[in-house]
Design a protein around this ligand. Structure first.
Ligand code: NAD
Length: 474
């Protein structure tokens, strides 16, 4: 991705915003305040790498302070720049509003290629970046709470937490300064899979909506739908696994950095992930599949659902005319440019927008933050109580019917919920409810051109309400 592309990513987000704004009756000044990025901290700091000192360039953008703390991932990528971080922070604001997570949007970026550094060097960079954020008051459980994004994961979040703790040891809520932490360091079960699982719930909901399937000429239900996935990182790998295992969808092609593979009958996704791990990180040569001419070729295959889960600006005005998918599920942030969207909408493609579809990560990050502030794991208070109550019910039914229930059924019926059950249930509820809000907005306003504009309209409505409640706008 070139710098020009990154700039057009921000342009794309803003163009989408402006288009959606025309469907609302909000005054110009309010729209302008919602659209602008409130604060950006651009930093350069030295880190010793081997025998030399390297100057690292990094950012943290806080797009909107209408709710606090602000929230958003940290990306490690050599193409990171100010506009990209601002675009991603803006998407976070709209995303949080759509799924009713009470945060403003933020995003961080460190301009490095993490593959070129050792684990020790990455730790030094991460800790120094965190120190910069602490110095400028750009991090804290009530200020701004980072999370993983492209190129980062729970390991980096643990370093951030530990660095924060060493500066703010007396802060009883310190664990809430970052989410996506390892479970044994105040993380939450289900966070790693959350974005992919949310993508699955969102697409399943769309496929279960009769009117939506009628529009694209497909049968109801996600089972049997042909799927192409771009990117096998955190988001793409969980999306693919869950779509196949729980949704019974058929994944016919996968694209990664090293190339793309295809199999009409469907690829065993779990096997593929294992193969890649044992094959020097390459999917090429996976038994039973054919290699495509390029990694981009996968985006142009005939399929029901295309899931870009890598980076922004993957479907542009150049390749959009050749895209044959009926549904595009934006697991990544900004994979379809605004120019490409115009072409795809004219072709009748349903685009499920990033700001809704990949909101599972921030939703479960919200649960993690709540867990950190309450200092207690979910389910601890009620699990035994629920289990005993269900047990009493089962006993009563047995007594009334004079029939005994088998051991396996009893275990199933009398189980109290664990943390992972509650997290998944909260995530499913969030994705289903938010989908219905967006779909209703879309359905009730025939002028609205697609689900992205509908998602924007629901976000703008909620954010402007927040400002009104704060007494800032009339
Ligand atoms: P990741 O670093 O874990 O994985 C990204 C994968 O995409 C890598 O395996 C990379 O090799 C691959 N890739 C890069 N360019 C490619 C290309 N041109 N073709 C095919 N594959 C390519 O990152 P991630 O955390 O999975 O994030 C992916 C996207 O999802 C990003 O846009 C990110 O902002 C978004 N997102 C992530 C989260 C999260 O919780 N991690 C939450 C919301 C949104």
């Amino acid at each position: 991705m070139s710098k020009a592309n990154a700039e057009s990513f921000l342009g794309s987000v803003n163009r989408n915003f402006d288009k959606a704004a025309t469907y609302t009756e909000l005054p110009k000044g309010i729209l302008e305040q919602i659209k602008v990025c409130n604060a950006v901290y651009e930093m350069k700091f030295p880190v010793r790498i081997g025998d030399e000192i390297q100057v690292i360039h990094a950012f943290r953008a806080q797009h909107s302070h209408h709710r606090l703390p602000t929230k958003g991932g940290i990306r490690y990528n050599e193409h990171v720049d100010k506009e990209e971080v601002e675009a991603l922070a803006a998407l976070m604001t709209y995303k949080c509003a759509i799924v009713d997570v009470p945060f403003g949007g933020a995003k961080g970026g460190v301009k490095i290629n993490p593959k070129l550094y050792s684990e020790y060097q990455l730790e030094r960079i991460t800790r120094r970046y965190t120190t910069e954020l602490i110095r400028k008051n750009f991090i804290g459980p009530g200020i701004d709470v980072p999370a993983p994004d492209y190129g980062t994961g729970s390991r980096e979040m643990a370093w951030i937490y530990d660095t924060y703790l060493s500066f703010r040891g007396g802060d009883i809520d310190a664990a809430g300064c970052v989410t996506g932490k390892p479970i044994n360091q105040n993380g939450i079960r289900g966070r790693t899979e959350a974005t992919g699982r949310g993508v699955y719930y969102g697409l399943r909901e769309l496929c279960d909506t009769a009117e939506a399937m009628k529009r694209v000429g497909l049968p109801l239900g996600i089972a049997g739908k042909t799927v192409v996935i771009q990117g096998l990182g955190n988001v793409g790998s969980y999306t693919g696994s869950i779509m196949q295992l729980e949704g019974k969808a058929r994944i016919i092609a996968v694209s990664e950095y090293e190339g793309a593979i295809y199999r009409e009958e469907g690829i065993d996704f779990e096997e593929l992930l294992r193969y890649r791990a044992s094959n020097k990180g390459s999917i090429i040569g996976f038994p039973g599949t054919t290699a495509l001419s390029s990694r981009e070729a996968a985006l142009e295959l005939e399929c029901d659902i295309l899931v870009p889960a890598a980076l922004e600006n993957q479907i542009t005005e150049e390749n959009a005319p050749r895209v044959k998918a009926k549904i595009i599920g934006e697991a990544a942030n900004g994979p379809v440019t605004s120019g490409a969207e115009e072409i795809l909408l004219k072709k009748g493609v349903l685009i499920v927008p990033d700001m809704y579809l990949n909101a599972g990560g921030v939703t479960v990050s919200y649960f993690e933050w709540l867990k950190n502030l309450s200092h207690m794991r979910f389910g601890r208070m009620e699990k035994r109580f629920d289990s005993n109550t269900y047990s009493n019910f089962v006993g009563l039914i047995e007594k009334l019917t004079q029939q005994s229930i088998g051991e396996r059924e009893r275990e199933f019926l009398t189980r109290g919920a664990d943390e992972i059950d509650l997290v998944r249930s909260g995530l499913e509820e969030t994705m289903v409810t938010s989908f219905q809000q967006i779909w209703e907005t879309f359905r009730q306003n025939p002028k609205i051109d697609g689900l992205r504009s509908a998602a924007f309209v629901t976000a703008l409505d909620k954010i402007s309400n927040d400002y009104a409640n704060l007494g800032i706008f009339p």
